[in-house]
Write a protein that binds this ligand. Structure first.
Ligand code: IMP
Length: 190
């Protein structure tokens, strides 16, 4: 099955490709000629995922899906949430975001957080949404250099290392995006 994944993020692409497995040909935005940034103007993860999938569907008419992910920190009332990419600056400055998060949590005992991914799938013009969640805690310093984004600070529940200290397979098996993609596969195959 050929399907457009609304991303140009190489990390995400390889994570999703690994979870989807054989039988799916993933096409990127660049490959369908969408080179501009798709505006993420929604105020929730669901809205943004939906905006992105509709944008791709309207321009290409192809089956497609888009994801939106947020890190939700309990002591920060769910922040950075939908603003996770632009938490510290207007760009996707992962290092600055991590510094800001550590600063906001200085001296805070409750380090509970979760990653949540929403995927909006448009197939035959019909939209369906699924989500994936992983609970965990925010470390007091960065560790590891795998992955991207907040990975060096996020310790998933039941583990003693951050996502950035895990192999791609270990992360995919328990991550928010891995779980959302598994749910996506279930509805595609249903
Ligand atoms: P996006 O909506 O998937 O682009 O994610 C928004 C932001 O959340 C990214 O810019 C990253 O900072 C962060 N993020 C998303 N997925 C992950 C992940 O798997 N690990 C760490 N950070 C992530």
């Amino acid at each position: 099955m050929k399907i457009v994944f609304a991303t140009n993020n190489a990390h995400k692409l390889s994570e999703v490709r690994a979870v989807l497995g054989e039988g799916f040909e993933l096409v990127t935005l660049k490959e369908v000629g969408i080179t501009e940034d798709i505006p993420e103007t929604g105020s929730t993860l669901d809205e943004n995922a939906s905006i992105k999938s509709h944008y791709v569907y309207e321009r290409t008419g192809l089956d497609c899906f888009a994801d939106d992910t947020g890190l939700e920190v309990e002591a920060l009332n769910g922040a950075p949430g939908v603003r996770s990419a632009r938490y510290a600056t207007d760009g996707h400055d992962f290092a600055a975001n991590n510094r800001k998060l550590l600063h906001e949590l200085e001296g805070v005992e409750n380090r509970k957080a979760r990653f949540r991914t929403v995927i909006s799938l448009i197939r035959g013009g019909v939209e369906q949404r699924v989500e994936g969640i992983v609970n965990g805690t925010i470390a007091t310093e960065e560790s590891g250099c795998e992955g991207f984004g907040y990975d060096p600070l996020f310790i998933p529940e039941g583990k003693s290392v951050t996502f950035a200290e895990m192999s791609a397979e270990e992360k995919n098996a328990i991550s928010h995006r891995g779980r959302a993609v598994e749910a996506l596969v279930r509805i595609i195959k249903a």
